[in-house]
Ligand binder design. Structure first.
Ligand SMILES: *Cc1c(COP(=O)(O)O)cnc(C)c1O
Length: 371
């Protein structure tokens, strides 16, 4: 645990756990499969710059991002492998994407023509992948109409200075009702691929959960995200090692008499003489506001309840039953403290969201510390 008493709250990122998670993926998919770790949203909030060298442990084929800006950032910090932008982008950003040698993903012929026009204008080869919509609905060429678009994509990419490097689809329910929905989606995808012949480049379908559910769907590439960063992917896979710990320092300790009200809305009131510890973290750091009067923190290896509402900058925990809590002590909101542990998924479940949202919600106010 960090002893830097100048920091009020922070995120610890365990490089060993990150490495073991990414190696678990490599082990599962075999040596010949291309791994495209998803590093969008600053590597799910962990900090892309410090996590990238660790992800290299699995010898990735390239990296996946969601925006052109994220892709350009990877280039600026020295990534030379393929970088795929896995979301539709505004046409105005194609120039920037090509100049940074990013691979764009296409969902319709208009986007393909925009890529071609931009490639001709800049005299740069435009790399693209085709997304097939097999049920996700938000993007991709419709799997049902492949006979309409498949041939045009092939002909146009042969004619012009653009390169079709891959074709993929994305599952909508791989972590919950895999057997019915993902099988159907993969059948639709494979049907589309058959129509595209060998022109479709690398084929890939699986996110983290799907990798462990159905090895036969691993195909030529996989796109793991949450598992690498320590989020659980349902009952069928191995447990991801917890990667982050969220810590906050005690910044004030107070003894209060009974009937002292606490926080916005005065939603908590002491019932006896109590001892409260104020922690230097709040929703302004990304701590979910719904933890108010509901969540816990760990202090001295013990669970203590969060009392009152979460403020922007502070929370209060009830430490009446602990002895010797002092300003400067480190509390744990996510992670281990001695034998006690609050997992990322436990917190997510408690506030009725997913681990992804907790991780990406952690704000820039929290330093990320690689340990
Ligand atoms: C984010 C994303 C993934 C990774 O999904 P996880 O559930 O985090 O493994 C894979 N593919 C695409 C297209 C994505 O946008």
């Amino acid at each position: 645990m960090t002893n830097n008493s100048c920091v009020r709250s922070w995120v610890e990122v365990s490089s060993d756990s990150l490495r073991r998670n990414v190696l678990t993926i490599r082990e599962k998919v075999g040596e010949s499969c291309s791994i495209i770790p998803m590093v969008k949203a600053d590597a799910y909030g962990l900090g892309v710059e410090s996590t990238l060298p660790i992800l290299e442990a699995c010898n990735p084929w390239g990296f996946g991002v969601a925006t052109v800006e994220e892709g350009c950032h990877l280039r600026r910090i020295g990534v030379v492998k393929p970088v795929v932008v896995f979301s539709p982008i505004p046409y105005g950003l194609y120039e920037q994407a090509l100049e940074a040698n990013l691979t764009v993903t296409l969902s319709d012929l208009e986007a393909l023509e925009t890529l071609i026009a931009t490639s001709n204008k800049l005299n740069i080869t435009g790399y693209f992948q085709i997304e097939v919509d097999s049920g996700m609905g938000r993007a991709g060429f419709d799997w049902r109409t492949v006979s309409d678009w498949g041939k045009i994509v092939r002909v146009r990419s042969d004619q012009e200075d653009v390169s079709w490097s891959g074709t993929y689809t994305h599952f909508h329910s791989s972590d919950v009702d895999f057997d019915s929905s993902a099988k159907l989606q993969s059948e639709r995808f494979l049907e589309a691929i058959e129509n595209l012949n060998e022109n479709a480049g690398m084929c890939h379908l699986c996110n983290s959960a799907a990798i462990f559910r159905e090895p036969s769907m691993v195909a030529q590439g996989v796109r793991p995200g949450i598992f690498i960063y320590g989020g659980q992917v349902g009952s069928k896979g191995p447990l991801a090692e917890e990667v982050i710990s969220l810590r906050a320092r005690v910044v004030l300790v107070r003894n209060v008499p009974s009937n002292t009200t606490l926080g916005y809305g005065a939603t908590y009131e002491s019932t006896r003489q109590e001892r409260w510890a104020v922690l230097g973290i709040g929703y302004g750091d990304g701590l979910p506001r719904r933890l108010g009067n509901r969540g816990h923190a760990l202090l001295q290896g013990t669970r203590v309840p969060i009392i009152g509402r979460i403020s922007m900058d502070t929370i209060v925990v009830n430490v009446t039953d602990l002895v010797g809590v002092e300003v400067g002590d480190v509390a744990t909101l996510i992670g281990k403290d001695s034998e006690e542990c609050i997992t990322l998924d436990e917190m997510a479940t408690l506030v009725e969201t997913v681990s992804y949202e907790i991780l990406t919600g952690l704000t820039s106010r929290l330093p990320r510390i690689l340990v």
